[in-house]
Design a protein around this ligand. Structure first.
Ligand code: ZN
Length: 390
């Protein structure tokens, strides 16, 4: 008797479970109530009734969902692809390497005394007055204001060839960074050069000052200018304690170029993006005022600086020490630049985004204005006092 009882109970539970499963599987459809009623009489019949109904609809739904996901993904991929293609604003310009080659060839002609003085005739002037410079200019150059570094001349270039920013010590502070952003994003120059030079008066003056023989007091606005040079010189001295006196100056000059590049990449999301996407090439260089030759610095080093900045949780964080790639000089320079970044604190990341956006919105209307604005930067040649000391 007990066995029969437990059998009945077991069957009863089974029936109840099946009913629950059917009810759940029917998912509130129109035949929900029918299935509930029928299931109480015949379990196997209901299984058959339920399975052909639920399974195909589940598969259909699953297939549809998979199809939709696949379609969405391919659509997104196409959209991203399309976006990438349309985003490069320099697509119609010569390639960055070709632009760099033009600068290199022009400098070789100049140094050899074989300048061709291109694009300086009245026709070019007429063209400049009637066409947008962004169809012609191929380089943005940040250089020192020093009269011994006439930018167009040393690259054997002319009107509407180079978007030039000149400031004592070729420092990269807010105005210079804004000008470079304009050169890259609006004048559409495929190459950006940070150009230091031998015997730089600004670097020399800062070096002498840090070595304790600075000479006369500086005018009011010079300290805020050279505070961009100081970290570079300090690091050059720190990393080369064996080098005494003026022998440190060439190292400080190169470090000053790396510091400017690092400042630019740290504070300009726009320039970072252009470099990362390969729209522009950013290079450092040192012009020898005696020979007229330009020493082009490691391109790899620029990418290492960029990668270190990207690896930092925010741009104010110190850059990670770079691997040696192009000689010990470069690695040291990166360490120095990293340490410099520690010193240079303000949260420029968020601020620098805004000018870039603003600029993008006012491209055409600002073109002339920006050109006018960048010119006065060359005027205050505050290097004279520095040159006195050099
Ligand atoms: Zn200089």
């Amino acid at each position: 008797m007990d066995q029969n009882k437990s059998k009945i109970i077991t069957i009863g539970y089974l029936v109840l479970m099946v009913i629950i499963i059917i009810v759940l599987n029917s998912g509130g459809g129109g035949d929900h109530s029918v299935a509930t009623h029928d299931s109480s009489s015949d379990v196997s019949a209901h299984k058959e009734a339920v399975e052909p109904e639920v399974k195909p609809s589940e598969f259909e739904a699953l297939n549809k969902a998979l199809e939709q996901i696949a379609l969405k993904e391919s659509g997104e991929a196409e959209a991203v692809e399309g976006e990438k293609k349309s985003v490069n604003p320099l697509a119609d310009k010569i390639a960055p390497d070709a632009a760099l080659l033009k600068l290199k060839e022009g400098n070789i002609r100049f140094a050899k005394g074989e300048s061709t003085h291109p694009n300086l005739d009245p026709e070019r002037r007429l063209l400049a007055a009637t066409e947008n410079q962004n169809a012609h200019a191929f380089a943005t150059v940040l250089s020192c204001s020093d009269s011994r570094v006439p930018v167009e001349a040393i690259f054997d270039a002319g009107v509407m060839d180079i978007f030039t920013i000149r400031v004592a010590g070729n420092v990269c502070d807010t105005d210079e960074i804004g000008s470079i952003e304009y050169g890259a994003a609006h004048v559409l120059t495929p190459v950006v050069v940070v150009l230091g030079h031998t015997q730089c008066g600004a670097v020399t003056a800062v070096t002498h000052s840090l070595q304790g023989h600075g000479g006369h007091e500086l005018e009011e606005n010079i300290p805020p200018l050279i505070d961009n040079v100081e970290p570079a010189v300090k690091k050059a001295i720190e990393f080369h304690p064996e080098i005494q006196g003026d022998d440190i100056i060439p190292i400080a000059i190169e470090q000053n170029v790396w510091t400017a590049i690092e400042d630019l990449l740290t504070k300009s999301p726009a320039v970072r993006e252009y470099v990362i996407n390969g729209y522009i090439k950013l290079v450092g260089a040192i012009y020898d005022i005696g020979t007229g030759n330009i020493d082009w610095l490691s391109e790899q080093k620029v990418l290492e600086i960029l990668s270190n900045i990207q690896a930092s949780p925010n741009s104010d964080a110190p850059a990670v020490k770079a691997e040696e790639s192009d000689g010990s000089k470069d690695a040291e320079a990166t360490e120095e630049a990293a340490a410099k970044e520690e010193a240079a604190a303000p949260p420029a990341e968020e601020q620098s985004d805004e000018p870039a956006v603003e600029e993008a919105q006012e491209q055409d209307s600002q073109e002339d204005k920006a050109e006018e604005e960048s010119a006065p930067q060359e005027e205050p040649a505050e290097e004279e006092p520095a040159v006195d000391k050099a």
